[in-house]
Design a protein around this ligand. Structure first.
Ligand code: PGA
Length: 261
């Protein structure tokens, strides 16, 4: 299992890039990281399944660049054509996996129980889950943000022990901010992150809550990263669009590296 650091930056490439582009981007990120980022800041590249082995190969031996999947199936194995298991991910060396992304909840009907099952399988195979949660614009405007997030958090995490929770990364991604160019303000995000950390304290104790990375995601860019990362409970980011270009991703990493030690 990769070591736990509270500061962490993850790239979510989603369904973008050819293999060649993915390899070029990986090499550039590794090289630029080595020359421009002095702090011990873990970067996690969450890449499409077919590129896992290639990206793992290109990042081999880099102590602070890890590789993640963007999903995993919620059953251990069996007749599930087209699906990928936690064991398969582990067998190629995958270190992290995103679970419960709002795009998967929305377009593929993922349920809190399925997400919990995915997390359990990942932990069993020593892969760190990056658990995403977030409210829609409608829910925010109705004043339901914290209630919705509480339901999502409890619905998928309540069954785990403190020891298991210590291996899980949380990513708050307001649905209205993902891919829209509309980011949560640092104050809006901080308010939610603090509330999530309080819930982690209530369920798993203060030590685990204080050590858990709570990432922000949703139109995180080079020009808004510094303001968000300055907040005490924002421990890093899950970056979609801006992770597809070395420059913007590295600028975001540099903003976070200020706080990594
Ligand atoms: P975005 O995506 O940065 O393109 O908004 C973030 C995510 O969905 O993880």
């Amino acid at each position: 299992m990769p070591a736990t650091h509270r500061k962490l930056l993850a790239a979510n490439w989603k369904m973008h890039l050819s293999l060649q582009e993915a390899q070029e981007l990986t090499s550039e990120v590794v090289q630029t990281y080595q020359t421009e980022i002095a702090a011990p800041l873990p970067l996690v590249l969450c890449v499409p399944f077919p590129y896992l082995s290639h990206v793992l190969h290109l990042t081999k031996g880099e102590p602070f660049v890890a590789v993640g999947a963007q999903n995993v199936h919620h059953k251990a194995e069996g007749a599930y054509t087209g699906e990928v298991s936690a064991q398969m991910l582990r067998s190629v060396g995958t270190q992290y996996a995103v679970v419960g992304h709002s795009e998967r909840r929305q377009y593929f009907g993922e349920t809190p129980q399925q997400i919990a099952d995915k997390i359990a399988l990942l932990l069993e195979h020593r892969i760190r889950p990056i658990f995403c949660l977030g409210e829609t614009l409608e829910e925010r405007e109705a004043g339901q943000t914290i209630a919705v997030l509480t339901t999502q958090l409890e619905g998928s995490l309540a069954g785990f022990t403190a020891e298991q929770m210590a291996q899980i990364v949380v990513a708050y991604e307001p649905v209205w901010a993902i891919g829209t160019g509309r980011t949560a303000s640092p104050e809006q995000a901080q308010e939610v992150h603090a509330a999530l950390r309080a819930q982690l304290t209530a369920h798993f104790g203060d030590d685990v809550a204080q050590a858990t990375p709570i990432l922000y995601g949703g139109s995180l860019k080079a020009d808004n990263a510094a303001g968000l990362f300055a907040q005490p409970d924002i421990d890093g980011g899950l970056v979609g669009g801006a992770s597809l270009h070395t420059r913007s991703f590295i600028i975001i990493a540099k903003a976070l590296a200020t706080y990594a030690h």
